[in-house]
Design a protein around this ligand. Structure first.
Ligand code: FEO
Length: 142
């Protein structure tokens, strides 16, 4: 079990993270895998090119996931869409700003960054994403 203060070698999706919508659970699992991949690259001391490629794939997939999730909420008139979208936008802005600094050689992948990403994903799923589960289930989305 992660303490929340370390980067932890294992960062695994677990059943308690389910949002009760299969497609979104699958996308969240993919995000966990990409964060693990980035963590592994950092731990193995891979070069900037390898870490940069994983970071780019993580950002691209995060943006895709946010878009898919927002579309699903929009299609079913989910009342919490605006605040949820704002959270997505804030994280997207932050990681894109980080990537620019990374590409310019002004920052690098640190344990602190990994902790931030892990905590953000876990907290967002549990505090924000899980709120739409029952709502979407009641609209026939599982
Ligand atoms: Fe699954 Fe709101 O991100």
């Amino acid at each position: 079990m992660s303490t929340g203060t370390t980067t932890g070698a294992t960062f695994n999706w677990r059943d308690s993270y389910s949002v009760k919508v299969q497609a979104m659970d699958n996308q969240h699992k993919r995000l966990f895998a990409l964060i693990n991949e980035l963590h592994g690259a950092m731990g193995q001391g891979h070069g900037k090119e390898v870490a940069g490629d994983i970071l780019r794939r993580l950002i691209d997939y995060t943006v895709q996931h946010f878009y898919a999730e927002e579309l699903l909420m929009q299609e079913h008139n989910y009342p919490g869409l605006a605040t949820h979208r704002a959270e997505h936008q804030a994280l997207t802005d932050k990681v894109i700003a980080f990537k620019k600094e990374f590409d310019a050689g002004r920052t690098y992948i640190t344990p602190q960054l990994m902790t931030f990403l892990q905590q953000w994903l876990k907290n967002h799923i549990q505090a924000v994403d899980q709120r739409y589960g029952d709502f979407l289930n009641s609209h026939g989305v599982h």
